[in-house]
Design a protein around this ligand. Structure first.
Ligand code: URA
Length: 433
């Protein structure tokens, strides 16, 4: 089988066989196929697309490209939740403890943030002492004892995705639905959970800008998961504006803990309850309504917050910070971003707000950038609110004074004011089963 022929076939609109796809992925991982040929095939896929069968074959080849974690020591149904990436999205830190508190195991392998979107591992590492490099035995022990553990993805998990993603990043081949779906699901299926809930973000802060594209991505990933024998459910949710009131690692963990203590913002709580209900329902705990009610009760009774604190302690972190988020260290410098005019906030552009947080030091533009845990943005007003001229819209935190002005300039360009409130679309846009 020659790589030249595979590229030619796809370029001419052909449908690749499972064998051709698997030969491409394994040959590329073994470095027998050079980057230029892999890039040519990726570009052909961007233009021609893939059938559902080809997309599934690509996903399974990525899944099988490395070592699978051995979760044999974890008893019971395991469910995971994955977001395609957003700004201020800390729902994993709220939903996972709720689900675990209600008796369903969450063995979560998460990634780091890149660009304007955040990652759960960076957020948790903002808690002093929190370890995200658990061995397989430690991970299984924490999941069995607490119901929930979160660790980083090992380098041996689906290595084909790491190589392919790095190549896509520099060859303008990221934005293809079969490539995105197989990249996300290849890693998720390698972790081999029994059920997966997907939160496909839609809007300026997301990969997918329109509801149509987001629906196609959600359906594609649900189809792949079902072909692999997994219980699947996907939501399409709004990411035109940041979720909750904070962007930045320790600010977001504090907000997640406050939400579990019943003091969080409505949008974050309601989306986290929906995601929890879906995870519980996939695990056979009842209908979505019954599970939503159980999730609400787990927040009201405090058991979900206790579960987050227990996981933090079990992973070496300061559990007292979860129970009293005012203990998170503060950044050295703070500035206010104020409204230049009176009016309704008609648009707080999620991507722009994510880029401003990045400028403050809360994220990384490149994989090896250093991040400041306490850097970030606290929103005092959100899309739809009325603000007076000079009123503070957001507080900016950074370790370096010079970064504050850069972030303010980005926020100024990302915030629009108007005389009438905006027509707002709901947070939850669609559900794909
Ligand atoms: N996230 C991934 O893991 N892969 C993609 O291709 C896009 C988003």
């Amino acid at each position: 089988m020659r790589m030249y022929d595979i590229i030619q076939k796809k370029k001419r609109g052909g449908v690749l066989t499972d064998e051709e796809i698997s030969a491409f992925v394994s040959g590329y991982v073994r470095e027998e196929i050079p980057d230029y040929q892999a890039a040519a095939l990726l570009m052909a896929i961007c233009f021609v697309g893939m059938t559902p069968e080809e997309t599934a074959a690509l996903t399974f080849a990525i899944r099988d490209s490395g070592e699978k974690p051995d979760f044999g020591a974890i008893s019971g149904f395991r469910v995971d939740k994955h977001s395609t990436g957003g700004v201020g999205d800390k729902t994993s830190l709220v939903a996972a403890p709720i689900v675990a508190a209600l008796g369903v195991k969450v063995a979560k392998m998460s990634g780091r943030g890149l660009g304007h979107t955040g990652g759960t591992i960076d957020k948790l590492e903002a808690i002093r002492g929190f370890r995200t490099d658990l061995s397989a035995a430690e991970f299984a022990a924490v999941v069995n004892r607490v119901g929930l553990a979160v660790t980083g993805q090992s380098r041996t998990l689906a290595p084909a995705d790491r190589k392919l993603y790095a190549l896509r990043d520099v060859t303008a081949t990221v934005d293809s639905i079969p490539l995105i779906a197989s990249s996300i699901m290849g890693k998720k299926l390698a972790a081999d959970d029994d059920g997966i809930v997907l939160d496909v973000k839609c809007g300026s802060g997301a990969f997918m800008k329109t509801e149509e594209e987001s629906m196609v991505l959600a359906k594609t990933m649900v189809d792949i998961g079902k072909r692999a024998g997994k219980k699947m459910l996907a939501f399409v949710t709004d990411m035109d504006r940041p979720l909750g009131r904070t962007i930045g690692n320790s600010l977001e963990v504090a907000e997640a803990a406050e939400t579990l203590a019943g003091k969080g913002p409505d949008d974050l709580l309601s989306l986290s309850l929906e995601l929890s209900a879906a995870m519980l329902s996939l695990a056979g705990k009842g209908s979505l309504e019954e599970c939503r009610k159980a999730a609400e009760d787990a927040v009201k009774s405090g058991i979900a917050l206790e579960t987050l604190a227990a996981m933090t302690e079990a992973q070496g972190g300061e559990a007292s910070w979860i129970l009293d988020p005012t203990r998170f260290p503060k950044a050295r410098c703070r500035a206010a971003f104020c409204a230049p005019q009176s009016g309704y906030l008609v648009h707080t552009d999620a991507e722009g707000y994510g880029r401003a947080a990045l400028a403050l030091g809360a994220g990384r533009a490149r994989l090896d950038d250093h991040i400041y845990p306490a850097a970030g943005i606290t929103l005092l007003a959100k899309t739809g609110d009325f603000v007076k001229a000079g009123e503070c819209v957001a507080l900016l935190d950074s370790e370096e004074e010079a970064r504050l002005d850069d972030a303010k300039a980005i926020l100024a360009a990302s915030t629009r004011y108007g005389d009438a409130p905006p027509v707002s679309r709901p947070l939850l846009l669609a559900c794909v089963e």
